[in-house]
Design a protein. Structure first.
Length: 143
């Protein structure tokens, strides 16, 4: 494996995920970025700020801000102040967002199942370990 293969691999996964999202995006008339924000917040309850979304999902801060504003205006998100830190704003999915989140979670599980189809438990254990090592190494590059 070389760097070109790695980049190609990640692009294929991103493209396949994009395809899997399409029916939800069309049904709810929501953009992919807005969907990603809702899914991030619902899947990461300990990371709830626009900055965390931007850093973790690698979405420019101004783009996150625009989508958060739209999601708030459309009733999918609400802003809450964080006790003890007036500067932080907690973003919370509303009840209106729950059908999107529920379908998104089902789709994500189907997507993951499709990706690992044919792998044995031992292969999955090895993959998880390798992934953790690579993630750890990536976190420490440049630090």
């Amino acid at each position: 494996m070389n760097i070109s293969t790695l980049f190609s691999f990640t692009k294929k996964i991103e493209g396949a995920y994009e395809v899997m999202c399409q029916s939800i995006l069309h049904e709810f008339e929501i953009s992919k970025t807005s969907f990603d924000i809702l899914m991030f917040l619902s899947n990461n309850l300990d990371r709830f700020t626009a900055k965390e979304i931007s850093c973790t999902r690698n979405i420019k801060a101004n783009v996150v801000s625009l989508h958060v504003d739209k999601l708030v205006n459309d009733g999918y998100l609400m802003r809450q102040s964080v006790e003890g830190d007036r500067r932080k704003i907690r973003l919370v999915c509303t009840e209106k967002a729950q059908p999107i989140v529920e379908q998104g979670r089902i789709m994500q599980q189907q997507f993951f199942s499709s990706l690992i189809e044919g792998l044995t438990k031992e292969e999955m254990d090895c993959f998880k370990h390798c992934f953790q090592v690579i993630e750890h190494n990536a976190d420490h590059i440049g630090h």
